[in-house]
Design a protein around this ligand. Sequence first.
Ligand code: NAP
Length: 285
Amino acid sequence: MTSNILDGRLVSDSILKEVSREVKALVKAKVLPKLVIILVGDSPASLSYIKQKRLASKKTGINCIQKVLDKNVTTEDLISIIEKLNKDKTVHGILVQLPLPEHVNANIVIRAIDPMKDVDGFQAYNLGKMFLSAKFECLSPCTPRGIIKMLEYYKVGIAGKSVTIVGRSNIVGKPLAIMLMNRDATVTVCHSKTAHIEDYTRDADIVVAAAGRPKMITADMVKKGAIVIDVGTTKVDNKLTGDVDFEKVSKKASLITPVPGGVGPMTVACLMENVVRAAKRLTPK
Ligand code: NAP
């Protein structure tokens, strides 16, 4: 690996160590942080994401339970399961693995999760707090938070930087834009209807690629010395592939995340942090 790598495994390990310490302290106080992951169906991609979450839970001492539901489960059934988990005092985090089958109304399902247990940070209440100020971020979405923490770890100043994000999803692009803006970056967000994306990426100090389009960010699209964050994870010929043409862009970038080993582990580590945070907030002092 070259020296301009932003190493997500290294940074996530340091976060997981801190999470383990916090779990130990909670266990001493007779609270075992518990995360329930709900999976509908058996998509190999979802199973592989959940595997990473379970491994990180094991590393940190978090009790992670996986509930697998039949792919034909209804929206109503899912809501009733979530309502039971909301009431269960031993459960601190509830995560519904996305995507859900098309017949399920994902928005209504996510809305059913108690905001205090919404460890993915997808609930309007938690997004609203994040929107107001960096100071109010609590259960914030794990991928954008992971990116911020990665930049902080490597002491990349955010204030005053121009950032171009490619992708405006509710779980990555949009919340990341808000988090960066709340830290005084100037942010441009591109999407599938943006004409000439290269006009925006070429000017940026930091480029974040989160479109799910393998290798769409080519070397001619970034300026020399730019910091490049690759969120994309698409299986191409059975190989996890990012949105950035890593081989060529890494020669031009001052810092760059690899795929795998970049943003992915940061997302999982931030989820573990959220579970501990939720457990602390739900525990009466
Ligand atoms: P998503 O919901 O499909 O959103 C993709 C976004 O990219 C949309 O805003 C879309 O624009 C935009 N887009 C698609 N094609 C584009 C193009 N050719 N040019 C410019 N913009 C384009 O995806 P997501 O959930 O945000 O995930 C994005 C990628 O990140 C995926 O590869 C996913 O697997 C990966 N991911 C990784 C992690 C991790 O932890 N590493 C976490 C989450 C996601 P429109 O809005 O106009 O449709």
